[in-house]
Write a protein that binds this ligand. Structure first.
Ligand code: HEC
Ligand code: HEC
Length: 340
């Protein structure tokens, strides 16, 4: 009896001290890229740019810093706002340096580590070179890479952070691009209601369920689950004549004219307006397009050949919209990890 209580006291001490040790010195889980179990293998696995808190924080600082633009007024985040799933606020085209208007709608950003290429036309094919695009684009940040690198090297704050993250004394374009890639690659949206249903944690309402069935019948051949895109280039019948050649602009092949990369639909309810030129402001307009607004042209997708659309009933349209709304991922939109 005595022996047992002594043991108990000893045990309580152990528990007390181990708890105490933990509370004064919490084991910090190191930052890591976590592939959601229901996602396929990513395209970018951070080889040579292994995830660390310092690199990620540096990439985030760059993403939010207008220093990357010619007159230090435009940051990446200006056109890619977390509250809107990193798309722009409610406008067709974004303003770059000096207010110049862009020519395509700023896409929402998520799950970029899975992208084989970037832009509506797939014109950039690696996440670690990606940022050269917006930084040097005359309608966006209008800056030169050499100048950005010079500005960063003139900043003690950045010099210290690059030293800590990558152990380099002189900042180069390569490491600036790596840091940005680290932030972009870590943007993972996988906790929408859709994901929770997909992984068996909850269930859809009857309307959402019906919308999901319609989606699987009519949309997943392009908007492949669970990423909601197969990353192919398709003409979904929005135009008879093309003002923007899309993929054709990159390949210079007429058979690609009017084709755009199938967009990721995650968080779609809050990333309006829609399509590469932001022509539709509501999901209802998008669904009307697929229901009976398809226009024929030389490169129309075989799925839409000789048809004006899927002819959805009014209820089916509402159900599809109800389903699309389940792709909103509030965990992602409010994730403090991504905040400035
Ligand atoms: C002036 C607004 C603006 C700024 C600033 C801007 N972007 Fe963008 N971003 C866009 C637009 C518009 C597109 C689509 C361009 C296209 O497809 O031709 C885009 C495309 C992208 C894409 C490709 C997404 C996809 O679906 O393929 C990524 C990633 C991205 N931007 C990240 C960034 C980063 C990182 C920065 C800062 C270095 C940045 N953007 C600065 C407007 C902007
Ligand atoms: C043949 C392939 C294909 C099919 C089938 C298809 N889509 Fe699309 N979808 C696309 C392409 C390509 C775009 C981008 C077109 C553009 O911007 O020019 C797009 C754009 C969208 C957008 C706008 C996304 C954004 O970020 O602006 C939504 C929403 C959408 N599709 C939903 C659907 C739904 C719902 C269905 C089924 C009823 C469907 N799609 C069927 C290829 C397809």
């Amino acid at each position: 009896m005595k022996y047992a209580s002594l043991l108990l006291i000893a045990f309580s001490f152990l528990v007390f001290f181990s708890c105490k040790k933990e509370s004064t010195n919490p084991t910090v889980t190191p930052l890591a890229f976590v592939k959601p179990a229901h996602f396929p293998a990513p395209n970018y696995s951070f080889v040579g740019n292994e995830v660390t808190q310092d690199k990620f924080d540096l990439g985030k600082q760059l993403f939010y810093d207008p220093i990357l633009s010619l007159d230090n007024t435009v940051s990446c985040a200006k056109c890619h706002d977390q509250a809107h799933a990193f798309s722009d606020h409610n406008i067709k085209f974004s303003n770059g340096v000096g207010g110049t208007l862009g020519q395509r709608n700023s896409p929402a950003l998520s799950n970029l580590a899975w992208y084989p290429n970037f832009m509506w036309d797939g014109g950039i094919n690696h996440i670690e070179v990606f940022s050269v695009g917006p930084i040097t684009n005359q309608l966006e940040m209008k800056e030169t890479i050499a100048n950005v690198v010079a500005k960063l090297n003139a900043s003690t704050n950045y010099k210290n952070k690059f030293k800590k993250a990558y152990n380099i004394d002189v900042i180069t374009d390569q490491y600036m691009l790596k840091a940005l890639a680290q932030f972009m690659g870590m943007l993972v949206s996988s906790d929408s209601k859709y994901d929770r249903v997909y992984t068996g944690k909850t269930t859809f309402t009857a309307s959402e369920e019906n919308g999901y069935t319609l989606f699987k019948t009519n949309c997943v051949s392009c908007h492949l689950e669970p990423l909601t895109t197969d990353f192919s280039f398709r003409n979904n019948g929005i135009d008879e004549q093309f003002t923007d050649l899309g993929r054709g602009h990159i390949t210079q092949n007429a058979s690609d004219n009017g084709k755009f990369r199938v967009p990721n639909l995650r968080n779609i309810a809050i990333t309006y307006p829609y399509m590469h030129d932001g022509r539709f402001f509501t999901l209802a307009q998008v669904i009307d397009h697929y229901s009976n607004g398809i226009k024929q042209s030389a490169t129309i997708d075989p799925i839409f050949q000789n048809t004006t659309g899927f002819n959805f009933s009014p209820t089916e349209k509402l159900d599809l919209i109800a389903f699309l709304k389940t792709l909103t991922d509030n965990t992602y939109l409010a994730n403090p990890l991504y905040q400035k």
